[in-house]
Ligand binder design. Structure first.
Ligand code: FAD
Length: 359
C-alpha cells in the first residue's frame, strides 16, 4: 500500500489505463462523438491492455480483480472518453457481475468467453412504462412446457445493436399463469429468434454507444437461459437490484472521470491563458472556482424527464448547450462579477476602467 491506499499492482493498473487514455483514447474521443460509431478499435486496445473482463474470476479466464481495480481503470478512461469508460464498466460490472454471482458453470463460461473476446453485454430492465419503478415491468416470460416464451419491450438499453449477450429481466409466470416474481434470462442477439432491435435513440451525449429499444416477440428460450431465477415477488426484485448495483458504481465512476477530465482541462487552460498581463489563474475569482471544482468535481443536476430529457427528441439538451454561451459572450461570468463588484466598491477592477461602471 502507498499513501493513496492503492497497492503497487493497482498503481500499475491505473498508470496503464491513464497511458491509454492520454494517448489513443483521447485522440479518438471527438471522432467517436461526431460519427456516433461504436469504437471497436478502442475495444481492441482495452483487450490488449487487459482492462476488459478484469473482474472475471481466473478460472473463467479473467484476472479475479475487484471493483476498486475496475473503478481505477474506468475513471482514467472516462476522463478522456466517456464512451470508452462505459465499455470498461460493462465489460467488468453489470451483467457480467450478475452472471458471475448467480449463473451456472455453463452460463459463467459462456459469458466470460464472450466478454473476454470483446462483447459488452446489455442489461435490459427499463420499459416505456417502468423506469424508476422497475418492479412495474410488463415484459413477461411464460413457462410453456420445457421453454419460456418472452414478450415485451425494453428501451434505453445501452449497447442495443452492438452487444451480443443480453441479460433480460421479465416477470415470470408458471404454466397456470401465476406470477413467480422477476427473473433474469440470458439471450444472444442474432442467435435468438424474437429479439429485435427496433430503434436507436438520438442522444445528447455518449453518442458513440447506442441506446436502443428492444422488442421481444415470442422469444423462445430454454430454462438453461434463466440466470437469475424468480424467487417470489419481493426477492426477485431484490436480486435484480443487486445485479444492477455494480453497474451503478460504474456509472458513478464514469461521471467522476468526466468531471476529472473537465477539471484538468480547466486547470491547464488557467495556467496557459494570459489576460491583463498574467495567467488567469492568478485572479482570485478563478482560484476559488478551481478550488470549488476540485471539491465538488461533479455537479448534480435535476433531470425531471428521466431518460427522455437525455434524448435529442426534446429541446432540453439543445437548451443546455445554448445557455453555455451566455457565460462567455458579452463578458464572461467572472468578468461581469467584476463589473458588479466594481460598482459596489467604487473601484476600478478589470473591465471597469473603460467607464462601463456608473454609480
Ligand atoms: P421516470 O422513472 O419516469 O422518472 C421521471 C422523473 O421522476 C425523474 O426525474 C425521476 O428522478 C423522478 N422520480 C421518479 N420516481 C421518483 C421517486 N420515487 N422519488 C423522486 N423522484 C422520482 N435502462 C436499462 O434497463 N438498461 C440500460 O442499459 C440503460 N441504459 C441507459 C442509458 C442512458 C443514457 C439513459 C438515459 C438511461 C438508461 N437506462 C437503462 C434507463 C434508466 O435506468 C432510466 O431512464 C431510469 O431508471 C429512469 O427512468 P425513466 O427515464 O423512465 O424516468
Amino acid at each position: 500500500m502507498n499513501a493513496s491506499g492503492l497497492s503497487p499492482e493497482q498503481v500499475k493498473l491505473q498508470a496503464r489505463a491513464r497511458e491509454l487514455a492520454a494517448g489513443p483514447v483521447t485522440a479518438r474521443a471527438a471522432e467517436v462523438d461526431r460519427t456516433e460509431q461504436y469504437p471497436w478499435d478502442n475495444v481492441e486496445l482495452l483487450k490488449d491492455a487487459r482492462l476488459i473482463g478484469m473482474t472475471i474470476p481466473t478460472q473463467y479466464g479473467g484476472q479475479g480483480k475487484d471493483w476498486l481495480d475496475a473503478v481505477l481503470a474506468i475513471e482514467a478512461l472516462s476522463a478522456a472518453c466517456a464512451v470508452t469508460g462505459r465499455i470498461a464498466v460493462e465489460t467488468n460490472m453489470g451483467a457480467i457481475s450478475a452472471v458471475m454471482a448467480y449463473g451456472s458453470e455453463e452460463q459463467k463460461k459462456m459469458a466470460a468467453d464472450m466478454v473476454l473476446a470483446g462483447d459488452k453485454p446489455a442489461i435490459c430492465i427499463t420499459e416505456p412504462d417502468a423506469g424508476s419503478d422497475a418492479n412495474g415491468m410488463a415484459t413477461r416470460a411464460d413457462k410453456k412446457g420445457n421453454r419460456y416464451v418472452i414478450n415485451g419491450r425494453k428501451h434505453w438499453i445501452t449497447g442495443g445493436g452492438v452487444s451480443r449477450l443480453h441479460l433480460i429481466f421479465a416477470k415470470v409466470y408458471d404454466e397456470k399463469g401465476s406470477e413467480e416474481g422477476i427473473g433474469g434470462f440470458l439471450a444472444i442477439r442474432d442467435e435468438t429468434k424474437g429479439l429485435k432491435i427496433t430503434k436507436r435513440e438520438p442522444t445528447m451525449g455518449l453518442r458513440g454507444i447506442p441506446e436502443a429499444v428492444i422488442d421481444f416477440e415470442d422469444m423462445d428460450v430454454p430454462p438453461s437461459s434463466l440466470v437469475i431465477p424468480p424467487r417470489g415477488l419481493k426477492k426477485g426484485f431484490a436480486d435484480l437490484m443487486t445485479a444492477y448495483n455494480s453497474q451503478r458504481v460504474g456509472a458513478a465512476t464514469v461521471a467522476l472521470g468526466i468531471a476529472e477530465g473537465a477539471y484538468q482541462l480547466a486547470l491547464d487552460w488557467s495556467e496557459k491563458r494570459q489576460q491583463f498581463g498574467r495567467p488567469i489563474n492568478e485572479f482570485q475569482g478563478l482560484q476559488w472556482k478551481l478550488a470549488d471544482m476540485s471539491i465538488k468535481l461533479s455537479a448534480a443536476r435535476a433531470q425531471f424527464f428521466g431518460a427522455r430529457g437525455y434524448s435529442r427528441e426534446l429541446p432540453l439538451e439543445r437548451m443546455a448547450r445554448d445557455v453555455r454561451m451566455f457565460t462567455i459572450g458579452g463578458g464572461t461570468a467572472e468578468v461581469l462579477r467584476n463589473v458588479v463588484a466594481g460598482a459596489l466598491l467604487k473601484k476600478k477592477l478589470p473591465q471597469t476602467r473603460d467607464g462601463w461602471v456608473r454609480d
